[in-house]
Design a binder for this molecule. Sequence first.
Ligand SMILES: Nc1ncnc2c1ncn2[C@@H]1O[C@H](COP(=O)(O)OP(=O)(O)O)[C@@H](O)[C@H]1O
Ligand SMILES: [Mg+2]
Length: 324
Amino acid sequence: MKLAFIIDPIQNLDPCHDTSVALMEAAHILGHEVWITQANQLSVVESQAWGFLERVELVPIELRTQGWVAANPWYKLSDSHTFCALETMDAVFMRTDPPVTVPYLYATYILDYIDQSHTLVINSPRGIRAANEKMYALQFPSVIPETIVLSDKETIKRFVDVKGSAILKPLGDKAGGGILILSAGDRNFNSIVELSTSQGKVPVMIQTFIPEAKQGDKRIILLDGEPIGAVNRLSGPGEFRNNMATGGTVAKTEITPRELEICAQLAPRLKQDGLIFVGIDVIGGYLTEVNVTSPTGIREIDKLDNTRIGNQVIQWIESEIEKR
Ligand SMILES: Nc1ncnc2c1ncn2[C@@H]1O[C@H](COP(=O)(O)OP(=O)(O)O)[C@@H](O)[C@H]1O
Ligand SMILES: [Mg+2]
């Protein structure tokens, strides 16, 4: 198979952490061609999506006692670029990191000009547009904490006064960015809300604070709606956010029956939206986020559980392509 990955500049990726590298490496190991490009290298010509692609070969990382170790360099680019229709690929992974900016959105409109009955696009550009990573979970009210989305300071204040505290989340950020704890009676309350909502112009998410967050924020990876691995993330010292990007640590975990139930609730919707490779976040048995742009976690799960989730994803694509 020929697989294209739309990624951030490859030299900025961390082979021992980034799931995009894990997927590219798995494709390479399983004997497929791996091509890379970036969102700003895409175009539409004669109503077809095209891209400047570079072939890349990867040196697989190795698990040693100190953890994953990568060769230096860990990838080798072929000398020449090719400009070709993305439909010459069997699958195209959109793996640009959020935030979902205007250029990011435009890239998804370009990807609409790939015939998906011919080439798998993961995730579906329509699905990515339909799924704000914070707001997608609101479709499943029975498994989320009490949540409101708004910019009105007085209403936010009433919510926080009733609960004593709450979590504030910007709708377009990631990796713990802009996440705040709101406390009733905080003298900075007004300023915090004004800054977060750009003076009442931008809605934010306000959510019940789940105390079980102390025991971790579980990342569960779903492939075509099925959970295929999970890792627990714990906050680092002096930090309440459990994100890896904010100094969190990872720990081995199991998927509980309640979490399987959450996955089962999401599955039909994810399939309908073409959201094939997704990472959900679960805190204390509540769904808090559905990551669809470039969910991560494979390297951590593979290390803790001695799995090769990337292989499973690529083999799933092989079987889908065979059906076509
Ligand atoms: N309802 C909540 N209660 C307690 N902590 C939360 C809640 N929602 C999020 N958090 C904290 O904020 C972190 C990031 O939240 P999340 O919604 O996953 O956004 P993102 O990871 O995109 O920044 C979590 O790891 C957790 O520590
Ligand atoms: Mg998260």
